[in-house]
Design a protein around this ligand. Structure first.
Ligand code: HEM
Length: 149
């Protein structure tokens, strides 16, 4: 292990360890995913975005998202996809859509898990959302223009 990863381990121990809590398993994570996307689909802003992109096979998306969250939370290694290109191609999504996404996710997690567990899900979601937003919206040319030249 390099000294850099030792340092990261100290700063973000939770990010490196599977969350070992009773009741946090693939079944409960699958329930979170299903309940969350039910809310997303009935949201007036996010619903239409998802129904344009996911035509028909929601079961496939829900299983993929369960793999994703099991990998993030339990370090299961189940997810092998590429989230960045899947989002960069969504041209009608704005930064404020992420706020709606995170509110719905936080509400769902808080209803299904103990507060400390829900907080871990939310913290991971916020960090991943920040990375996705950087990939989708950060433009060097825009930053340079804002700086005057
Ligand atoms: C406004 C915010 C968001 C919107 C509108 C959105 C929308 C979408 C859509 C439409 C897809 C399906 C793309 C496809 O199958 O071609 C997708 C996939 C996915 N999303 Fe999001 N997303 C958002 C935020 C997030 C956040 C915050 C996370 C993680 C915390 C996330 C994780 C994923 C993952 C893992 C996939 C699967 C990518 C793959 O492997 O194909 N999304 N998202």
């Amino acid at each position: 292990m390099t000294s850099k990863s030792v340092l990261l381990d100290r700063i973000r121990p939770a990010a490196e360890q599977p969350l070992a809590q009773p009741g946090v398993d693939r079944a409960s994570i699958g329930e979170l995913v299903r309940e969350f996307y039910a809310r997303v689909r009935s949201d007036e802003r996010l619903g239409p975005i998802f129904s344009r992109e996911i035509v028909g096979d929601w079961e496939h998306h829900l299983e993929k998202m369960t793999d994703f969250w099991c990998s993030v939370i339990l370090k299961s290694g189940d997810y092998h996809g590429r989230p960045v290109p899947a989002h960069v191609k969504l041209k009608d999504v704005t930064e404020s859509d992420f706020d709606i996404w995170l509110v719905l996710f936080g509400e769902t997690a808080a209803e299904l898990f103990e507060p400390a567990t829900a907080a871990v899900f939310v913290e991971r979601a916020e960090r991943i959302a920040a990375s996705l937003k950087l990939a989708m919206f950060f433009r060097l040319d825009r930053t340079a223009a804002a700086g005057g030249q």
